[in-house]
Design a protein around this ligand. Structure first.
Ligand code: ZN
Ligand code: FE
Length: 242
């Protein structure tokens, strides 16, 4: 199987939309199109036609481009079955364990509730990639709008169990803010200090810090590293205060 091409499309203030292209089948999908035009342009520039949209959750900055991309390309929409009431015109509602495909590449759907009640991730196990939406961020996790610390704790444990070279594609550039909190949470963690310095330099140069890897998150993510549900809850509450 040829390697998937993954292209980052930065939109709005800090969203990343991911275009995923399979060179063998020629198929292209987009994960969480916040908006349409920059995504259509990025596909056009490479001679790709989007045939599928995969959403991780119902928030507007993840589905806002669906309708216009469908109108322009006829793409099908795959989205969490649990959020059908909040995502218009879903062709394929999916739940835990369902398999969705791009060409011969298979992704398994994970239910990772907490940021929203029906949030899902798409795991390409054979490709070593996972699209995590707003569940995992580099050195952070999503806010608990519709779920509990216990749910997020389980999500973090499940993600942490992936091979360490698995690439995690997050939907936002939040790494600098997360890193500043991470060093407050774990002042003696040299891996966090090193990563924060690297991220500060990258952001000063205008570079993206996503995707991340599961190995980096195990070493530097204070939410993935929380030893108990209570510790995760406390860290999440502290981070929310800024
Ligand atoms: Zn969100
Ligand atoms: Fe978001």
């Amino acid at each position: 199987m040829a390697k998937l091409d993954v292209v980052r499309v930065p939109v709005l203030a800090d969203n990343y939309v991911w275009l995923v292209h399979d060179p063998e089948s020629g198929e292209t999908l987009v994960v969480d199109p916040a908006v349409a035009q920059p995504v259509l342009d990025a596909a056009d520039a490479r001679g790709w036609t989007i045939s599928q949209i995969w959403n991780t959750h119902w928030h507007g900055d993840h589905i806002g481009g669906n309708a216009a991309i469908v109108a322009a390309t006829g793409a099908t929409v795959t989205a969490p079955a649990a959020e059908l009431a909040r995502i218009p015109d879903v062709d394929r509602p999916v739940k835990e364990g369902d398999v969705v495909r791009l060409g011969d590449h298979a992704a398994t759907v994970w239910e990772v509730p907490a940021h929203t009640a029906g949030h899902i991730a798409y795991h390409f196990a054979d490709d070593g990639l996972i699209f995590v939406g707003d569940t995992l961020f580099a050195m952070g996790c999503g806010r608990l709008f519709e779920g509990t610390p216990e749910q997020m704790f389980r999500n973090m444990a499940r993600l942490a169990a992936l091979p360490e070279d698995t690439l995690a594609y997050c939907a936002h550039e939040y790494t600098l803010s997360n890193g500043k909190y991470a060093i407050r949470a774990e002042p003696d963690n040299a891996d966090i200090a090193r990563r924060l310095a690297a991220v500060e330099a990258m952001r000063a140069r205008g570079e993206a810090t996503v995707p991340t890897t599961i190995g980096q998150e195990r070493a530097t993510n204070p939410f993935m590293r929380a030893g108990t549900i209570e510790e995760l809850a406390r860290r999440r509450a502290e981070k929310d205060k800024g």
